[in-house]
Every structure is written in C-alpha cells, then in structure tokens.
Design a protein around this ligand. Structure first.
Ligand SMILES: C[S@@+](CC[C@H](N)C(=O)[O-])C[C@H]1O[C@@H](n2cnc3c(N)ncnc32)[C@H](O)[C@@H]1O
Length: 311
C-alpha cells in the first residue's frame, strides 16, 4: 500500500535514513516514491514497524497527490481535516475548499474517528491517518524528565533513530560501550532489544541503571573501558566522548576511537556511532565499510556525524 509518512523536525536525511533502517532491518520490501518535505510517500506492504521510529510524526494511507485540491469522493463518519503546509501563505479557506470537494459525512472536531491529513508542499498530498507517534512518550524520556541526567544525555528521538539505523530486528543484541546515562539503551530496550551497556565511569553505570528502571527496563551493565568489552553483538550503537563535555580520562579522542573501532571489529558486524568530524569517520573506515553519514549541526562549533558502518 502507499503510505504518507510525516517527518519530525527538519532533519529530513536522518529521518529518511531511519525509515530505510527500519524496513531493511525487518526485511520488508519498500520503495520511496517522492520526498516532499514535510512528508515522504512510500510503497510498502504495511507501515506498522514505523510505529517504532523516533523521527516521524504520523503515517497515513495515501489518497491523493497532485497539483490541485482534489475531489476525493469519500464518505466519512466523524471526520476531521487537518492541514499542514510547508509555506505559511495558504489559509483555512483551503480546508473549506477541500471539504467542499467531495467528502460526505459528519464532522467531529473533538473526537474524530477519521483524520484526513492534508499536506501542502511542492504538491498537495492527502491521506487517511493510520497512526501517530506520540510526542508525550518522547517528552517523558527527555533529559530533564529522567531521574539522572547530564549535559551529555542524548535526545530520545535521536537515540532511537541511531538504533534503527543499525538495521536490527526486535530481540537483537545491542551494546552501547559508552552508555553514559543510558539514553540509547532505553530506546533499544523499549523497542524490544536485548541491551548491554558499559562505561568507564561508575557514576554513569549507576545513572543508566536508575534511568532504565524508570521505564521498567534492565540491561546487562558493567564498568569497563571500551577495550575491555567481550562477547558478540548484532550491533554497537553508541555516542562516544567528543573531547568536550564528557571526559576521556586524558586520552586523545582519536586514540580512543582507534581502540574503540578495533574492539568493535572483534565483536560485531554493524556499528552506528555519532562522531565529531571527518578524521574520526576515517578511523572507522580502517575497520568497517562506511555505509551512511548524516551530519546534524548541534551548534556553531559542533556537528555530529551519525555514521553507519558495516563489515
Ligand atoms: C557522550 S557520553 C555518552 C552519552 C550517552 N549517549 C547519554 O545519552 O548519556 C560518553 C561516555 O563515554 C564514557 N567514556 C569515556 N571514555 C571511555 C572509555 N575509555 N571507555 C568507556 N567509556 C568511556 C564517558 O564516561 C561518558 O559517559
């Protein structure tokens, strides 16, 4: 079926990367038909796995895409039309025009059974909403709402996207060897993965344990330098120090990354990692094939490169 996926925020490339990661991880055939921010139109057998995405808002069944306001010829009980426009210059008048063009039935603004989503971008896209990814859920896991957080704590939507970039199925074994306060482990755990975490700093292991507990999750946690991790994993998903706010105990970040990638190459086939620059990315390429990189600007002097590597 054709699906309209509304993206979250304006980091389109990473959002689309995450969607690809989910379909490929679950081995579901899919095809992206159009990218027309804030939506993409895709063809897939079903979109239910997208419910686990961090960087989307909602998914609708596609009804129409084109230049003009469509004649839909629909009968809908208790429906509402919600419009999102990329440009600000199209007013509510247009909603009336859409309604006038072929939807019969009763409107319910408060508790609608059917939500018709209209996106006005380069083209007009109309869909019938299938599900929404609830923002309140992510809100609960933001740093300020965790029992223990530090400035290093990663945004839950980004942490989730990182896990999904690793092309993993529910039940996979994931390790974060620089787990900090546990945000990547929390997202992986909530998606049904087996979670393993380690960090050189005991305070961080305690923080991860307490934060995970808040969401009813338990990980295999241990205090360890990245060089000391053992076992085999479906993927490493991690956010190492960038040599700024989180400590490397005096080691240069490049020496740390060299040791880390060498270790990763012994324990996994797949790595998703946030890195601070090209030099760091190149170090990973000595041990793995670099498949994808998504630069996301954090502020003037820091861009995080979300990188996906495979053996
Ligand atoms: C950027 S933070 C991780 C943040 C984490 N994603 C979160 O949301 O809290 C990097 C972590 O790496 C840890 N670390 C630094 N050097 C390490 C090493 N050699 N081995 C393992 N962990 C190390 C730090 O203690 C810190 O918790």
């Amino acid at each position: 079926m054709k699906l309209i996926v509304e993206l979250w925020g304006d980091i389109q490339n990473l959002s689309i990367g995450e969607i690809r990661g989910i379909f490929e991880g679950e081995e579901i055939p899919y095809k992206i038909i159009i990218e027309d921010y804030p939506i993409i139109l895709l063809e897939a057998e079903n979109g239910k796995f997208l419910q686990r995405a961090g960087l989307i808002r909602r998914v609708s069944q596609h009804l129409y895409s084109g230049r003009d306001i469509p004649r839909l010829n629909l009968y809908m009980e208790d429906y509402v039309i919600r419009v999102r426009r990329r440009e600000k210059n199209i007013g509510p008048k247009n909603i009336e025009r859409i309604r006038a063009k072929g939807i019969e039935g009763s409107v319910d603004l408060k508790n609608p059974k059917n939500v018709i989503r209209v996106y006005i971008a380069s083209n007009i896209h109309v869909g019938l909403e299938i599900f929404e990814v609830k923002s309140e859920e992510f809100e609960k896991r933001k740093a300020k709402n965790l029992p223990i957080s530090y400035p290093i704590t990663m945004h839950p939507r980004l942490a989730r996207a990182m896990v999904n970039l690793a092309r993993v199925k529910e039940g996979s074994k994931i390790i974060d060897p620089f787990c900090g306060t546990g945000s990547i482990l929390i997202e992986a755990g909530l998606m049904g993965m087996q979670i393993y975490g380690s960090d050189i700093d005991l305070r961080m292991i305690d923080a991860s344990e307490i934060n995970l507990r808040k969401f009813g999750l338990k990980a295999h946690l241990k205090v360890s330098d990245v060089g000391g991790i053992e076992g085999k994993y479906d993927a490493v998903v991690t956010d190492p120090p960038y040599g700024r706010s989180s400590s490397t105990k005096g080691e240069s970040i490049y020496s740390l990354y060299e040791r880390a990638f060498k270790k990763f190459s012994e324990i996994t086939e797949k790595v998703v990692i946030a890195l601070p620059d090209k030099r760091a990315i190149n170090i990973g390429e000595k041990y793995f094939h670099l498949r994808e990189v998504y630069p996301i600007r954090v502020h003037k002097s820091l861009t995080r490169y979300f990188s996906y590597y495979q053996k």
